[in-house]
Design a protein around this ligand. Structure first.
Ligand code: HEC
Length: 130
């Protein structure tokens, strides 16, 4: 094989001018994926801590098992994965914080600290996503 003229040879990988930016793109894509994950209740709250908060504050209406007590037909079923998956964490968090305004769901923004509301949300998620 004829030797390359000095200075002209580039390693095939180094020849791609898009090389480093693509690596950067993949890196930042992975980073934003991580940040999205970090934004979910599972990581914002601790379901184990939420369990105690739930038992004390929520189980009276929503039931120990999250199905909702029978005589309150308007109660959501936390074990129903399809309906629960359709709700964002922020929606559910807002409902817990501000209540249902006349629906019977109390507001917990003055009862539970913000972090505790994330804990209890993380726990509610475990009913449909064990
Ligand atoms: C006095 C009864 C009662 C208590 C106590 C109660 N809830 Fe509710 N909750 C309701 C009712 C009724 C609804 C349905 C009406 C509505 O969404 O506003 C509801 C709805 C919700 C929803 C909305 C679900 C959806 O699918 O949109 C969430 C989340 C929720 N409750 C969480 C909690 C948490 C967490 C606690 C305890 C910190 C709690 N609730 C305590 C009665 C209650």
């Amino acid at each position: 094989m004829r030797p390359h003229p000095p200075g002209k040879f580039l390693h095939p990988k180094a020849r791609n001018p898009l090389g480093p930016p693509i690596g950067l793109l993949i890196g930042s894509a992975l980073l934003s994926l991580f940040l999205v994950q970090a934004g979910r209740a599972e990581s914002r709250g601790d379901a184990k801590l939420g369990k105690m908060i739930y038992a004390k504050n929520c189980a009276a209406c929503h039931g120990q098992n999250g199905v909702g007590l029978g005589n309150r037909s308007s109660l959501p079923n936390f074990t129903d994965g399809k309906t629960m998956a359709a709700k964002t964490d922020q929606e559910l968090f807002n409902k817990i914080s501000n209540g249902g305004k006349g629906t019977g769901m109390p507001a917990y923004n003055k009862v539970l600290a913000e972090q505790d509301r994330w804990h209890v949300l993380a726990y509610i998620r475990t009913f449909s996503n064990p």
